[in-house]
Design a protein around this ligand. Structure first.
Ligand code: IPM
Ligand code: MG
Length: 357
């Protein structure tokens, strides 16, 4: 069966890094029997410019019929001042909601070759292998009511609603427990149950779901402590499950443990395993069009796409091994540069991975 993959390059460095990931896909297609067709679409600021909306109807149609979606990144100063529904990030939030991509998998894996690139001591991060399972369709990101209102006094007040239903907590908990079963069978649920009712319910539901997974060891941490533990002793973690907002914050933190946010892929999955794959870093407008961005997170997102949606784990491993070989050779983009290594740009890095394939 031919799989349709929708490519959404997006804004900023998005098109540059996606071009390198497409090289990898083309190589798998031409030389390793991957049966896929690629189609291109618009999401984010580029979609606002071309079609007047960050998640236009046309993209929506394409996304709904695609087997999987590969996204670069969206956003940039050009669209920041627009009304919120027209901002680039609104396109990303809209596609996540529209396709019900509720399960966001964000692995933070330290390549041994990059231990020195982390801002933490190598002995703290060596062997690091964490999976953050972030809920992506709920919480304060989507809760109503929300807005900025003017009080009688004339002062303005901003407000958002942190909200989770039992069913939403249960389905993300099940994804996390199932993932833990494939790994070291330890799951840490992160909440703020000492201050928030949303978290109190979160904890209760996770504990209830745990009864179906007696082989997984469940623990709970408050989010402030979890942030501290991530930089104090990150290897205590195997799988972390948490809500949308805490997951956003902790996943950036975990990313930095691995040396560079430029290395980390992600998958956002619906209940059937269909997914949107993207690097966890943003559109980095400050370095756009310079050819210096690290394409590895996007290339590794292709590996996740092959594993989770196309059911092709051997192709995924092929990509991951190729990335390892390129790092072994000493090739480094500037974000992971270290003394004695060979500096390369975006295209050279992509070419090297394709060659290593
Ligand atoms: C992420 C990003 C997004 C988020 C932004 C761009 C809305 O930070 O994917 O982590 O907060 O989810
Ligand atoms: Mg984020």
């Amino acid at each position: 069966m031919t799989h349709k993959i929708l490519i959404l390059p997006g804004d900023g460095i998005g098109p540059e890094i996606v071009a390198e990931a497409v090289k990898v896909l083309e190589c798998l297609r031409q030389e390793h029997g991957l049966d896929a067709t690629l189609e291109y679409g618009l999401l984010g600021g580029c979609a606002v410019d071309a079609l007047g909306a960050p998640y236009p109807e046309e993209t929506r149609r394409q996304a709904r019929t695609a087997a999987a979606i590969l996204l670069g990144a969206v956003g940039g100063p050009k669209w920041e001042k627009l009304d919120r529904p027209l901002r680039a990030e609104s396109g990303l939030l809209a596609i996540r909601a529209d396709l019900e991509l509720f399960a966001n998998l964000r692995p933070a894996l330290l390549y041994p070759q990059l231990a020195a690139a982390s801002t933490l001591k190598p002995e703290i991060v060596a062997g690091l292998d964490i999976l953050i399972v972030r809920e992506l369709n709920g919480d304060v990101y989507f809760g109503q009511p929300r807005g900025i209102r003017t009080l009688d006094s004339g002062e303005r007040e901003g407000f958002n609603t942190m909200i989770y239903r039992e069913s939403e907590i249960e389905r993300i908990a099940r994804v996390a427990f199932a993932a833990a079963r494939q790994r070291a069978r330890r799951l840490c649920s992160v909440d703020k149950a000492n201050a928030l009712e949303t978290s109190e319910l979160w904890r209760q539901v996770v504990q209830r779901v745990a009864q179906d997974y007696p082989d997984v060891v469940l623990s709970h941490l408050y989010v402030d402590n979890a942030a501290m533990q991530l930089v104090r002793a990150p290897r205590q973690f195997d799988v972390i499950v948490t809500g949308n907002l805490f997951g956003d914050i902790l996943s950036d933190c975990a990313a930095m443990l691995t040396g560079s946010i430029g290395m980390l892929p992600s998958a956002s999955l619906d209940a059937s395993g269909k997914g949107l794959y993207e690097p966890i870093h943003g559109s980095a407008p400050d370095i756009a069009s310079q050819g210096v961005a690290n394409p590895l997170a996007t290339i590794l997102s292709v590996a996740m796409l092959l594993r989770h949606t196309l059911n092709a784990p051997e192709q995924a491993e092929r990509i991951e091994r190729a990335v390892g070989r390129v790092l072994d050779k000493g090739l480094r983009t500037m974000d992971i540069m270290a003394p004695g290594m060979i500096p390369v740009g975006t295209q050279a890095m992509g070419d090297a991975v394709a060659a290593a394939l």
